[in-house]
Every structure is written in C-alpha cells, then in structure tokens.
Design a protein around this ligand. Structure first.
Ligand code: F58
Length: 832
C-alpha cells in the first residue's frame, strides 16, 4: 500500500466542463474529505482500497443520519422491537447495497468519475463479509434488509468472527481450505462500541442461598468470565427511510494479559487466558470433530445468546422500566437452534436476576421467543452431551431439567404418558448417551415455530416434531422464505432491472408483485429480444470471469446449466455429474446428432470434514478436465467448477444462468433460496418437488418449470423398501455406463479407483436415491433441450418466471412474520 507520508493537499483533478448537479459536487467533496481526514491519504497516493474506504465512509455518513432518526422515532413511539438472533449473517459486500438503498448510486458514480475513479473497480476491492455458511446465513442478511425496508424496529445479533467461512482453493481438482481474512484491511461499515460490554460466564458451580420468601435462590458462580464487546453495522432499508442495527459480538478476556506471569518470564503463558477467550469469536464453524471443537462451538452459542439477551433486557428496562412487559415489547426470533440456549438464559435472567416467579418467567419467555427450523436432517438437528452442558453451563442445565420435568409431567397427565412417547417428547435424548435436544428446547420455549416452505412446514409436523406438534397443535406455522430484490435483482442485474422498470415503473422494488405486469409481454417479440440481449450480455461477462478464474473458454450462446450451493449429498450434485458423463459418452458415440451446446457450471463449498462432499468436488473437476480437453466433444459440452463460491460470485453467476438445478432428494431441502434468485433472473428450474420448488411451480405454472423424480412421500416409501441402487442401475444402461466410467477411472486415470467408494455407495447404499431418480432426470434434461431449441418458447418461459417471482420477495416473508409471529407494525417500503 502507498504510504500516507505525502502530505500535499487532497485536491480534485480539474472539474470537467459539464454542468454538475450540486449533489454530485457535494458527494465528491465528501469523498475527498474522507480520503484525507479519515483514511489519511491524498489523491496522488490513494490506492483503490483507499478510495473504497473513503467512498464507503461518505455513504455511511448519510446512513448514520437516517439511522439516528430511526432510533429516535422508535424510542418516541415505544414500538415493539424484533431481535433476530443468528449465528450467521452472510452479508457479502455492502458498498453497492448501501448506495442503492440510499439512492446515491448514480451521483456517487459521477462524483468518482470526476476524480478519475471507477465505482465498479471499487466494488471489486471490497471483501465479502462471509459470516455464514449457506442459505440460512444469507436468509438472515436478506431479512435484515427487508426488516429495515418495512421500518420494523429490529436488531440483528450475531458474532463478529475474525475469520468467516473458509476461502476455497482448488488444487489438482481438490478443495483446500484457507482462513478467510475479511477484516485485515478494516471494515468501514462497523462502529466499535467499547462501552457496550457484557460479562458472559462459563463453568463454576451453583450456590443455593436463602431468600426472604423461604424458597432457596440459585446463584451461579461462574469459574470464568469472557467479555462480549459490541460492534454495530447500520443496515439501510430501501430508499434509506429506515435503518436498523446489526450488532455483532467480539470476545475479549477481562484482562489483556497476566502481568505476573509475563514479568516472571512466561510471555506465552501470560497470554493464554486471552487466547482462550478470544478463540470464541475467532472463526465461523470451528471443526467440531474433536471434543475441544465441540466445546468451542457451544461456547460460541452461549456467548452470543447471553450477550444479546443481556443487551435487549437492558434496553427494555431503560425504555419501559418493567421486566414483566418484555413479551409485549420484544420478540426474539431464533434462527435455527444455534441460539436456543437463549431460552434457558432468559429464564436465568428473569428468575435469578429479577426474581420473577418461575411460572410467570416461563410465560414471558414463551411469549417472547419464536423459532425457525431450517432442516429435518437428523444429523443437523443439534444435540449437546448433557455432561458437557452441565460442566459449562451448570445453572442452565438445572433450568433445562426443570423445564423438562414440568413439561413431561404435563404430558403424562394429559394422556401422553406412554413411555416411548415421553421419551420422544423429552428435552433429553437418552438413546444416544444423554444429550440435550436443542430443537425441543427451542420448540418448548417459543410461542410460534416455523418451517421455511409449505412442504417443509408440513413435514415438520409429520416427522421430527410430530409428538411436540400433537401436544401443542397450531404452534407450527409456515413462512416460505424470500430474497431481497434490491440485491438479487437490481444490484446483481441492473440491465434487467432497467428493462423491467420500463414496463413496471419505478415502484418495482417497493412492490415486487408489480412484476406480474410483464407477463402480457411474454410473447412480445421485441420484449423477448431485449430480455434475451440482457441475458446474453450477462453470459458474456460470466464467460470472461470463467476464463480469468479457471482458464476455460465458454461459448456465450451455449445453454448455461448452473448448480451453485453448498456441496452436500442430499443436494445431489452427483446426479448432475452423472448426466454430464452420460451426455459426454453420447456425444462421443453419436457425434452426428443435433447436440445443443451446453455448459455445466458448478460452485460451492464442502464442509472441511465432509469427505464424500469433497470427493464430489474432485469428481466435478476431473470430469471437467477430461470433457473440456476432448477434441471429439467439439465444445458441445463444457464443465466448470468455479472456486470460492460466495455472495459476490453468486451475483455474477445468477444473472447469466439459463437453467437452475434444484435437484435435492424430495423432502430434504427445507426451502432453497438460490432457486428463487435464479428464477427471478430468468433461469428455468429443473427440480424435484422439494422445498420452495413446489411453490415456484405453483407460481410459474407447470409449462415453465421442469419437474422430475420421486415426491417426498414416494421417497419415504422407497426408502422403507430398499435403498439399494442395484435394481435402478440394472434397468438403465445409460446409468450403468456412466457409473462404470466413473468407477473405472475414465476421469481419474492417474488413480483409477479414486471414485470406487462413491460408485459403491450409489450401488449398495443409495440413501439419497440418486439412482432411483436418474432416468427421470435424464429424460427431463431432454425436455430442456427441446424447449431450448424452441427459442421463442424458452424466452416466453423465462419471462413468465420473472413475472411470477414477486411473491418470493423477502418483504412478503417479513410482512408475514410481522403479523403472524411478532405482532409488530410495518410501513410501506421507503416510508418511515
Ligand atoms: C438452509 N440451511 C436450508 N444450514 O438448507 C435451505 O433449504 C433453506 O433455504 C435455508 O437454510 C434458509 O432457510 C442452511 O443453510 C446450514 O448452513 C447449516 C448451518 C449449521 C451447520 C450445518 C449447516
């Protein structure tokens, strides 16, 4: 980086002759002032990163003005607050987002141009805030934006990880994980609040002390205290009318070092406590295969839940004075079970610190909390070993046991007293060595529990929450996910947005259902042409990026067939790879056929400890290497794996996609949100009847989506019969050839048995029913080809998809949470 030593004044290059709007001049001067006085650079020495910081700080000033007004308004009206607790916020970049929502993008672009700086270059230097893993974290980010847009007085609470989701590199086809370093050059959006700090206790013991009413009072004496320090990031809603706070906690030791140890010469030992404390906010998803890793993860969960609850209780008391009105003035949404320990923490605060009687405390707690479930996968439903929790959080375990005792007693008396039933209802899972079921705790401690698509919410009632639902009917409701159109339409695809706005008008981003107005143009030749031209330009841009990043040249007129998401067996990337292999074989054996040029694009990360998923990444890369370099393929098929999938890469791929792969085993994808982003941007979906695909089908109609495969009930029935793939493989020559090619080393000649384990699993233990769905998937892909050949038909379907995606705006989702779960008022977008 250039040095700041050059102290000549920061002056603008001579202004252009063109008349300037005062706003542009004002922004230019503000950026220059930030560059000089906040960054400490002048024009001559400023790097792109310096310009980015100066520009971010200039828009942040505008955000802050509106932020203060929002806070004052909420205070004056005494409105109920919403607290969104999430271990993940997958925010991505904020510069274009903030400029868009503050309606400053054109002026800032012009101001920077006067200074000889290109806004698009600055966009690229901002690191992604990758404080999340996948859909759950991105949903939290979309929700933060929509809550601000609807002027809900909301706070997001999470952890300020030093290192977000790992950076993925691909070497020799394999995933390698490197630490991600988003904070290395500072974060211009955040405000450190060193004065907002809470102690979070761990370990120790409980003392029963006498209290005036004769009941012994339980007093927790933690052995260790870690400090949680607040960092606030303002989140601007659409048109900047309302701004909310994302408050992330960093962990610090109460003492920076043990001075006695340091002075006695043990310089490393003197820092041990600090290292131990700070490890809590060091990385997102520390590996949890070791006991130490598991303990760290539980410490993360309690750390952020406790700090957040202490903070919101303090706010409530300072605003309203009476802890007993908490549920009227605060709604706490648990984003998955990760913050579920917050239920026990609030009970601890109410009962132990504020002397609220148990029953009343429980009513307040239940009325305050609600819980969103994001998965039915048994292995993803969190449980913690009871001994670990007893050691780390003794008072909370006592509270959990008491909640459980009262709950089971009630269940036994109300007729559910059969032993197996009580075992299923219990907060403690006795079958796997006494573990605390965090989903049960979240369920019991909430007044509403929701799934994230219609199908998922129904399956919650018939599977994992069956008994709890029967005991508390009506508690489970559905809130189908949504995505923010400001980011996923306007910022990601400005050209399409402009075209749509010509028809729909400026209100498109205020009311996404207005998109419906383009439907009558689905057959309009000129509109089709213009839409297709936008798509092609986006594909050219993506092809450039692919060439830069992986050195593969793509034909922008080929069908871009895209699967971008976490790599997981249930998402079945392998099904897509099998079809790629099958077509590869056919292009070679039947070269004369009228093939459609197609590019398979994969991107996604596999959890570092998930060996099978990592092998799938390697297979995609190996298949790509062979197919892309085979001259007999003549460029008719390409297969690329783009490394380091993140929000910013998604913003580049989605606008360029033609086909969206949503091919999970039915019943296993809770909702999906990539499916919504892709359909909105004019990709047609090939998918199973899973998650929100079902609702996308309902909105776009069966002619404009490619549905295949077993439905959720058929999956359950098939699994009950057998999960062997042998029969399906025997029935399908194509499938058996593709498996044979993969298993015998056609794509890994240097190690022919590399994929033997994958092929064996599909053959003998195909839990995700890849083989059962293969033929139907293959046939559906041929329907895709047929539609692609019918250019007008394809374009028509594309337009109909975009036209009908308005319902999938996260503004709609948040509006439903506000009315049916939180009971808070909303305001039309853009009005405070
Ligand atoms: C996702 N879950 C669901 N979990 O898979 C997806 O269907 C849904 O659309 C989305 O939530 C939003 O509701 C998800 O992203 C995780 O990343 C887990 C975090 C904890 C470790 C295991 C993965």
């Amino acid at each position: 980086m250039e040095s700041a030593a050059d102290t000549s004044p920061a002056t603008a290059p001579s202004p252009s002759d063109a008349p300037q709007s005062p706003k542009v001049a004002e922004i230019r001067d503000l950026i220059l002032a930030k560059l000089r006085y906040a960054v400490g650079k002048n024009v001559a020495s400023a790097s792109k990163h310096d310009w980015f910081i100066a520009t971010a700080l200039s828009v942040r000033d505008k955000v802050v003005d509106s932020w203060f007004s929002s806070i004052v308004r909420a205070k004056a009206s005494g409105v109920k607050r919403v607290y969104y607790l999430s271990l993940e916020f997958l925010i991505g970049r904020l510069l274009i987002d903030a400029l868009t929502n503050m309606q400053l993008i054109d002026e800032t672009r012009a101001a920077l141009a006067e200074l000889g700086v290109d806004l698009d270059d600055l966009r690229e230097v901002e690191p992604d805030a990758a404080l999340g893993n996948g859909g759950l974290g991105r949903l939290a980010a979309c929700f933060m934006e929509s809550m601000a847009t609807l002027s809900i007085a909301a706070y997001g609470y999470g952890i300020r990880y030093d290192h977000g989701l790992f950076r993925q590199r691909i070497k020799d086809g394999k995933q390698l994980e490197y630490p991600e370093d988003w904070l290395s050059l500072g974060d211009p959006w955040e405000f450190q609040r060193p004065e907002i700090v809470y102690g979070v206790g761990f370990g120790g013991h409980i003392e029963a002390q006498a209290s005036p009413d004769g009941e012994p009072k339980q007093v927790w004496m933690p052995a260790e205290t870690v400090q949680a320090i607040a960092y606030d990031t303002p989140i601007a809603g659409w048109r900047g009318a309302h701004i909310n706070t994302l408050r992330l906690w960093a962990a610090r030791a109460p003492d920076p070092l043990r001075l006695d140890m340091f002075n006695s010469g043990d310089h490393v030992g003197a820092l041990m406590d600090r290292v131990r404390a700070e490890s809590i906010s060091k990385v997102l998803y520390p590996g949890d295969t070791s006991p130490a890793g598991q303990e760290l993860r539980l410490r993360q969960e309690y750390f952020f839940a406790s700090a957040s609850i202490q903070d919101l209780v303090r706010r409530h008391l300072s605003l309203f004075g009476d802890i007993r009105t908490l549920a009227d003035k605060a709604s706490i949404q648990l984003n998955d079970t990760h913050p579920a320990i917050g239920v026990a923490e609030l009970m601890h605060v109410l009962v132990d610190r504020h002397d609220v009687p148990w029953d009343e405390a429980w009513t307040i707690t239940r009325n305050t909390f609600s819980y969103t479930n994001h998965t039915l996968l048994p292995e993803a439903l969190e449980t913690w070993p009871a001994p670990l929790m007893e050691r780390l959080l003794p008072r909370h375990m006592q509270i959990i046991y008491l909640i459980n005792a009262i709950h089971l007693d009630r269940m036994a008396k109300s007729g559910g007293g059969v032993a197996e039933k009580l075992a299923a209802l219990s907060l403690i899972d006795e079958a796997h060595g006494r573990r605390v079921r965090m989903g049960h705790l979240a369920f019991l401690g909430s007044h509403k529990v929701n799934g994230v698509s219609a199908l998922h919410s129904e399956l919650m009632k018939t599977t994992v929450f069956h008994d709890l639902d029967a005991a508390d009917p009506g508690k489970i409701v559905n809130k189908t996910n949504g995505v923010t159109f400001r980011r996923w339409l306007k910022e990601a695809n400005p050209a399409l947005t402009s075209l749509l706005m010509e028809v729909v008008g400026d209100g498109l981003l205020d009311d996404a259902t207005a998109l419906k107005k383009i439907e009558p143009l689905a057959d309009d030749a000129s509109f089709q042409e213009r839409y297709a031209a936008v798509k092609r330009a986006n594909k050219v841009a993506l092809a450039r990026l692919v060439q830069e990043r992986v050195g593969v040249k793509l034909n922008p007129d080929a069908l871009f067939d895209v699967q971008i998401k976490r790599i997981h067996e249930y998402k079945r990337q392998i099904l897509n790879i099998l079809e790629t292999v099958a077509i590869y074989e056919e292009i070679r054996t039947q070269p004369y056929r009228d093939w459609i040029p197609r590019v398979k694009i994969f991107a996604g990360k596999a959890a570092a400890s998930y060996a099978t998923a990592k092998l799938v990444i390697q297979l995609a890369n190996d298949v790509g290497r062979v197919v892309n370099s085979d001259p007999t393929v003549r460029g008719l098929l390409k297969c690329v794996f783009l490394p380091n999938y993140n929000v910013s890469l998604a913003e580049r791929i989605i606008p360029a996609a033609d086909l969206s792969e949503q091919i999970s085993t039915a019943g296993m994808e809770a909702s999906g949100t990539g499916n919504m982003k892709l359909a909105l941007n004019g990709a047609l979906t090939i998918g199973t009847l899973d998650g929100a695909n079902v609702e996308i089908l309902e909105h776009v109609g069966p002619d404009n989506i490619f549905i295949f495969g077993l439905a959720a009930d058929e999956v359950a029935a098939r699994r009950a019969q057998s999960i062997s793939g042998q029969e399906a493989i025997a029935r399908s020559q194509r499938l058996s050839d593709a498996l044979e090619a993969i298993g015998s080393g056609v794509f890994s000649p240097e190690q022919p048995d590399r994929y033997r384990s994958l092929v064996d699993a599909l053959t003998y233990h195909d839990f995700f029913l890849v083989t059962a769905d293969f033929d139907s998937y293959y046939a559906k892909q041929r329907d895709v080809f047929r539609r692609w050949r019918d250019k007008k038909g394809w374009r028509r379907s594309t337009i109909i998809n975009t036209a009908n995606m308005g319902w999938f705006s996260s503004d709609r989702t948040i509006g439903e949470y506000a009315v049916e779960i939180w009971n808070v008022p909303t305001t039309a977008p853009g009005r405070a």
